[in-house]
Design a protein around this ligand. Structure first.
Ligand SMILES: *Cc1c(COP(=O)(O)O)cnc(C)c1O
Length: 411
């Protein structure tokens, strides 16, 4: 199966033609437990002497198929499915940690990963250093004798910051006891395979592109057989954030169109980014596809494409951000990403509203920052919706005294 292209692996990866009725689509094993033919078989399965299912928290055929498919896509030996992306992040990291250990994480990571590392880990005696990993020397000097995990997310919110995985992989290779774990949610294995650059484990929020249909929260971890076995037999099994068979079945279905979806998402996002760059009401656009972007140089080597999440800064600040969202007609105001629907959010009033304006400023979450996950609608409709809403902002600002200043700046 490894010789198939990724466009075929999304459909066939990990499949085994064992269905007694020859079903094309692998059935949904919606069952909590599995009946042993006799007591001795049950005993052998528990002792690990015989393959076979026991109980769905320990393994389920529908979940297994998804795990093997994502592993094949990532070019990894094995996979473990989790109830959510955060279940995957927690299970993958904590399997390699104990009190007194140290973690190095990139300084821009998903909010709940940051909360897990900086609050919960500290409570259990694990210290985390957050490092700007665009600086390989900073990463190299952050290692301590007790460092066990390096965690990287690329591209990362809010500015789609990109980290050179090859450089990170080279630094980590000097520390063979350390696991390099990469959150590949924004790229999917279609656009980026961190294992090729030395990542030991790759985690996903399958809620996003892998499923792609906005109807599931889920996560997946891929890695070596040995590491995945450890995760399945410790953190995943005992903390219990395993994936339900129904969710696995839906994601397996969603995955079949991943290649088509990513191609369309990315092509549309590139056009939307150009539209935003040219718009008067927009001060700055953060999109790896733009030459001005910090990580642009890694497109073509590390990542096949720029992805389909764009951040942009409105000249009108906080009020303009709220207004832009409220005036949209088709684009849905929601957090999350990777769905068929274009989703837009305003971090200052939503995801990052609990922070003080000063803390937001420090994190680079300016008041006029907007994030859009470009969906699968017709590109003209996405742009028309943004254009009509941006146009109203301009009309509005023309009636306020500040508008003169804005207009002068525009020229
Ligand atoms: C959404 C997300 C997560 C968390 O996933 P859930 O499925 O919401 O638990 C982790 N990392 C990234 C990059 C995400 O976008």
């Amino acid at each position: 199966m490894k010789s198939l292209h990724r466009e075929s692996l999304v459909i066939h990866g990990g499949e085994s033609p064992t269905d007694p009725h020859g079903a094309l689509v692998s059935p949904l094993y919606q069952t909590s437990t599995f009946v042993f033919p006799d007591a001795e078989t049950g005993g052998r399965r528990f002792a690990g002497e015989e393959a076979g299912y026991i109980y769905s928290r320990l393994g389920n055929p529908t979940v297994n198929l998804l795990e093997q498919r994502v592993a094949a896509l990532e070019g990894m030996e094995a996979g473990a499915a989790a109830a959510t992306g955060m279940g995957a992040v927690a299970a993958a990291t904590m399997a390699f940690l104990k009190a007194g250990d140290h973690v190095i994480a990139s300084d821009c990571i998903y909010g709940c990963s940051f909360a897990l590392f900086s609050h919960l880990f500290e409570r259990f005696g694990v210290h985390v250093s957050f490092v700007d990993m665009t600086d390989a020397a900073a990463l190299a000097s952050a290692f301590q004798a007790n460092t066990k995990v390096v965690f990287v997310e690329t591209p990362a919110n809010p500015h789609l910051k990109i980290i050179d995985l090859k450089k990170v992989g080279q630094v980590c290779a000097k520390h063979p006891e350390v696991r390099l774990i990469v959150d590949n949610t924004f790229m999917t294995p279609l656009l980026q395979r961190p294992g090729e650059f030395g990542a030991h484990l790759v985690v996903h929020s399958a809620t996003k592109y892998l499923n792609g249909h906005g109807d599931v929260v889920a996560g997946v971890i891929t890695g070596s057989l040995e590491d995945i076995h450890l995760i399945k037999m410790t953190t995943l099994k005992d903390m219990g954030a395993t994936m339900s068979p129904h969710d696995a079945w839906l994601i397996t279905r969603g995955l079949k169109t991943l290649a088509l979806r990513m191609e369309k998402h990315c092509a549309t996002a590139a056009v939307v980014a150009d539209f935003l760059v040219a718009h008067h009401a927009v001060a700055k656009v953060y999109f790896p596809g733009l030459k001005s972007h910090q990580g642009h140089g890694l497109i073509g080597s590390q990542m096949a494409s720029a992805g389909a999440v764009i951040a942009f800064e409105l000249k009108g600040g906080y009020q303009a951000g709220v207004q832009l969202l409220n005036q949209l007609e088709m684009i849905r105001v929601a957090v999350s990403l990777g769905d068929a629907e274009s989703l837009i959010q305003h971090p200052a009033s939503m995801t990052h509203s609990p922070l003080t304006p000063e803390a937001r400023e420090q994190a680079g979450i300016t008041d006029g920052l907007i994030r859009i996950s470009v969906g699968l609608e017709h590109v003209d409709d996405i742009i028309a919706d943004l254009a009509q809403s941006l146009q109203q902002l301009e009309t509005h600002t023309k009636h306020t005294p500040q508008s003169e200043v804005t207009e002068v700046e525009n020229v």
